[in-house]
Design a protein around this ligand. Structure first.
Ligand code: G1P
Length: 293
């Protein structure tokens, strides 16, 4: 069973400046909670029990958020603010733990994943890139489907979605004989990081959710620097695919790239209107704006 998930959070978030100058971009609030909580919830909903943060010295507030805060809890208890107390103590279910390792140098996503090698050991694991929020409105989320598929087939799973052809140079792109239906996986024939427009093998982009066998760590140790002069996870997956079956899983849900300002605003709108307490009032606020096209 896949119980461990790596969340690389060491990046400095230059796309989200100035906010990310002194707040980790993962802690920027989407409606009433930091973006990273949505990603952790997605992992927990898929059965993950250990969250492995690959982090940086400037990002202690992420670790603090998932820790208990004795002082705050005592104050809320004394003031009988029990609803709030419940909210802050139930951020993580009790069976879920968070550990962190440091990425000492910004050498790329592949290097960040490799930093968690000793924590994952011989276990297969998931990777979730927290810039991207995945909104699934179904009981079994996309990550859970990928894990189920991995457990049946033992093939690594790479979550993909279609993007417009002119945007392929911003993503990892997979090569498949035919695009799978949403919610299904198909054997991948290749994967390339940020191909130039016009050279991509398809328009199916890597979303930032992966289920990988432990052997990817050995491959990462031998992965030379690639696109952007960084050690790319995509390149290690391409090596894995030379000797093992790797599958592209086509997602059903919706993605929001919270690493970009417009993607973030879109996420606030969508999660805002669906919020159980604020949703109706938020919709009324949007109506009040009387936006004309
Ligand atoms: C990373 C991956 C890329 C993937 C993307 C998804 O790139 O390297 O393959 O498509 O995340 O967001 P980054 O956005 O960190 O440059």
């Amino acid at each position: 069973m896949i119980k461990k998930a790596i969340l690389p959070v060491a990046g400095l978030g230059t796309r989200f400046l100035p906010a990310s100058k002194s707040i980790p971009k993962e802690m920027v609030t989407v409606v009433d909670r930091p973006a990273i909580e949505y990603v952790v919830r997605e992992a927990v909903a898929a059965g993950i029990e250990q969250i492995i943060l690959v982090t940086h010295s400037s990002k202690a507030s992420i670790e603090n958020y998932f820790d208990r805060n004795f002082e705050l809890e005592t104050t809320l208890e004394q003031k009988q603010k029990l609803d709030l107390l419940k909210e802050i103590t139930e951020i993580l279910p009790t069976h879920v733990s968070v550990v962190s390792v440091r990425q000492p140098q910004p050498l790329g996503l592949g290097h960040a994943v490799l930093c968690a090698k000793s924590v994952v050991g011989n276990d297969a694991f998931a990777v979730l890139l927290p810039d991207v929020l995945v909104k699934d409105d179904v009981a079994q989320n996309d990550l859970a489907r990928m894990i189920q598929r991995f457990e049946q087939s033992k093939a690594a799973q790479i979550m993909v979605e279609a993007v417009p052809d002119h945007l392929v140079d911003q993503y990892g792109i997979v090569d498949v004989a035919a695009a799978p239906a949403e919610g299904e996986s198909t054997v991948m024939q290749g994967i390339v990081e940020k191909p130039a427009v016009g050279t991509a093998p398809s328009n199916l982009s890597v979303v930032g959710r992966y289920v990988l066998p432990a052997e990817i760590m050995t491959l990462l140790e031998n992965t030379p620097k690639g696109a952007g002069n960084e050690i790319q996870l995509t390149d290690a997956i391409a090596m894995l695919q030379q000797n093992s079956v790797v599958e592209a899983y086509r997602m059903q849900g919706q993605t929001f790239d919270c690493g970009s300002k417009l993607g973030y605003l879109k996420a606030v709108l969508h999660y805002g209107v669906d919020h159980p307490k604020l949703g109706e009032d938020f919709k009324a606020l949007i109506q009040e704006l009387k936006i004309e096209s």
